[in-house]
Design a protein around this ligand. Structure first.
Ligand SMILES: [Zn+2]
Length: 167
C-alpha cells in the first residue's frame, strides 16, 4: 500500500469546491493530506506486515480511459508514483471542510506496462478488480485497527484550514 502525501490533478469538469461564492475562499493544498493520520496508518500497516510506501505523489487522471504508454512514461518521468481516477477532488474537499484525510493507495497494476519490460501487459479492468479484492482484507484490517486509535481532538492543522483562507 502507498500512503501518498501529494497529488497532481489531471482531471477536468469536476466540481471541486464548497466555496464558489459569494465569499472568495482559497484553502491551501500545499500539503493536501493529514500528516498525523498518515503516520498512524503507516505505523499500523507496518505492524500488520503490509508492504508500505510512505509518501509519494498520486496523479489523478480523468478516466475512465486508462493511460497510453506515452502518458504512463511521462507520469513516471515526472516522479509521480501512483495513478488514480478518484483521488480528486475528494481529498481537497475534505480539506475545505477542515477534516483529516489520508490517501491509501492499493497498488493494482503497472498502468500501461513497464517501459523497460515490453512483456509486461497493460492494465485491464479485470486485473484491477482482482488485485483490489486481494488487498481488500488487508485494508479492512488496517482500518479497523487505526480508527480506534484516532484522537477525537487531533493536533494537526487540518482543523484550521479555513483560517486565513478568506479576505
Ligand atoms: Zn489532520
Amino acid at each position: 500500500m502507498s500512503f501518498c502525501d501529494q497529488f497532481v490533478d489531471r482531471t477536468w469538469g469536476r466540481r471541486d469546491t464548497f466555496y464558489d461564492g459569494p465569499i472568495t475562499t482559497h484553502v491551501s493544498s500545499a500539503d493536501p493530506y493529514c500528516p498525523d493520520l498518515r503516520r498512524v496508518l503507516v505505523q499500523e500497516a507496518c505492524e500488520l506486515s503490509i508492504t508500505v510506501h510512505d509518501g509519494g505523489t498520486v496523479v489523478v487522471i480523468q478516466g475512465p480511459r486508462f493511460s497510453t504508454r506515452a502518458e504512463s512514461k511521462w507520469f513516471s518521468a515526472m516522479g509521480w508514483d501512483v495513478i488514480n481516477m478518484t483521488g480528486y477532488p475528494e481529498g481537497y474537499l475534505a480539506r475545505e471542510l477542515e477534516l483529516c484525510y489520508a490517501n491509501i493507495s492499493l497498488i493494482t497494476d503497472y498502468d500501461a506496462g513497464l517501459a523497460d519490460d515490453p512483456t509486461m501487459p497493460a492494465v485491464s479492468h479485470h486485473d484491477v478488480v482482482a488485485a483490489f479484492n486481494a488487498n481488500n482484507a488487508s485494508l479492512r484490517e488496517l482500518l479497523f485497527r487505526v480508527i480506534p486509535l484516532l484522537s477525537e481532538e487531533p493536533e494537526c492543522r487540518c482543523h484550521s484550514a479555513l483560517a486565513g483562507a478568506r479576505g
